[in-house]
Design a protein around this ligand. Structure first.
Ligand code: ADP
Ligand code: MG
Length: 255
């Protein structure tokens, strides 16, 4: 049986994981705020789309419109993919606006009107409907593409019962990653839900750490990443220093 692998196409990740990862993986990206978790997910999405695969991006911290602006700020034009539905934003954020009776500004609504890749989750606090949606999408992706969740910490803060979300993540791992062979990557902020963090790390197949280089943190915020664990793949053990360059994405500064 040949292992099915997913290659990122993101410079520092490809350096750390020369073989890529097994498609059957649930992976956590851990780090404090500003270490680059969301930009990393954006670049993974962009590279995957460029290869002709689909991306499901679960948004818990921003609207599809603001995420599109983040992609654009990185020099990644993904609007065409969103229109076709190859990039799907599962919008678990805008329910807050709807609850307050606030609509999208008209010009934005026009741009996004009819885009297949904008999918509203009526109320993400209802985990059953969230699961139905993600299962349906993953089933249609079988063996292709990737699911990205930004961020799981935010998800934990809105669910009435965080432990049921943890159970759901185990189901996501079993069904989406292992059965449909669609890798799932979630982000997680340090400093919240630390008890969940350890359970999540153990439940995941891979753990990536992002941090500011602690040796120079007083003068400079220099971003670094490393692979703490990746089951089924060889990885380099060291921290890699990277920066974010518009048009290029994450680039290695020094090895
Ligand atoms: N378009 C961009 N151009 C240059 N640097 C960027 C861009 N977007 C993000 N960054 C860098 O990445 C950092 C934050 O990344 P982000 O992914 O939002 O962090 P996190 O999700 O871990 O909180 C920013 O503080 C900035 O240094
Ligand atoms: Mg973020």
């Amino acid at each position: 049986m040949k292992p099915e692998r997913f290659k990122f196409g993101v410079e520092p990740l490809d350096f750390l994981l020369p073989q890529g990862i097994l498609r059957s993986s649930l992976i956590g990206v851990f780090g404090e705020t500003g270490t680059g978790k969301s930009v990393l997910l954006n670049e993974i999405a962009y590279r995957t789309l460029k290869r002709g695969d689909r991306v499901l991006m679960v948004l818990l911290e921003d609207t599809p419109a603001s995420r599109l602006m983040n992609f654009a700020a990185l020099g990644f034009d993904v609007m065409g993919y969103v229109r076709k539905g190859d990039l799907e934003f599962l919008d678990c954020f805008s329910y807050r606006l709807r609850e307050k009776g606030i609509d999208l500004p008209e010009d934005l609504a026009k741009v996004l009107d009819g885009a297949k890749g904008i999918v509203n989750v009526e109320d993400p606090r209802n985990l059953d409907t969230f699961w139905d949606q993600i299962e349906r999408d993953a089933r249609s992706m079988r063996g292709r593409g990737i699911v990205l969740i930004d961020s799981l910490t935010e998800f934990l803060t809105i669910t009435p019962d965080p432990s049921s979300l943890l159970d759901l993540m185990k189901v996501v791992k079993a069904v989406v990653s292992k059965h449909y062979m669609v890798p799932v990557i979630y982000t997680f902020h340090f400093g919240f839900f630390d008890d969940f963090r350890y359970v999540l790390e153990v439940a995941s197949d891979g753990v990536l750490d992002l941090r500011f280089n602690p040796e120079v943190i007083k003068e400079l915020l220099i971003k670094q990443m490393r692979v703490r664990r990746m089951s089924g793949s060889r990885h380099r053990p060291d921290w890699v220093t990277f920066d974010v360059e518009p048009g290029k994405g994450l680039v290695i500064l020094r090895k």
